[in-house]
Design a protein. Structure first.
Length: 170
């Protein structure tokens, strides 16, 4: 490696600084490794929409309203489904407003299963594959209960959006 005498190792000090390499050589190595433009591009979000886990107040309100568990129970009322399929259906129905990631969906599915609201079975029981979930009778009752509470909150969100749209003459 150029920039330091042969035989002299590069050592990282307790303060995290490289010793045995000139500051200029260190800056050159960093610049070569990660050009500023590439670093900025990598830091940009993949899409301009923000999902339910974001700081988007509307998506946060929908989450607090219990929309996601209700949607999962609703979709499972149509027939058995697996986690990724449920995530896609939620995102499609919400037109991307509620983007659910696996770190949200799978704990929710495990909780609903533990609570007896859904039942899951492995597609291939002899090995881990897709786990299909179906709605139980208790899940049907919970879906009806959640719908009663979520419905008015969805109406309030829709009315507020209509007021905002009218105020902005959109």
């Amino acid at each position: 490696m150029t920039g330091r005498p042969e035989g002299r190792p590069v050592v990282v000090s307790r303060r995290g600084k490289l010793e045995g390499m000139s500051r200029r050589r260190t800056e050159e190595a960093v610049a070569d490794a990660a050009p500023l433009e590439a670093a900025r591009a990598a830091a940009e979000p993949a899409s301009p929409t923000r999902g339910a886990g974001s700081a988007d107040p509307l998506a946060g309100e929908l989450r607090r309203a219990g929309v996601l568990p209700l949607l999962v129970l609703h979709f499972l009322g149509d027939g058995p489904s697996y986690g990724n399929q449920l995530m896609e259906r939620v995102e499609r129905l919400s037109r991307g407003l509620i983007a659910v990631n696996p770190n949200t969906m799978y704990p929710l599915l495990r909780r609903l299963e533990t609570d007896g609201l859904i039942a899951g079975e492995w597609e291939h029981p002899e090995r881990r594959s897709r786990r299909f979930y179906r709605l139980t009778e208790a899940g049907e009752a919970e879906r009806a209960r959640l719908a009663e509470g979520v419905g008015p909150r969805l109406d309030a969100v829709a009315e507020a959006l209509a007021d905002i749209k009218q105020a902005l003459s959109l």
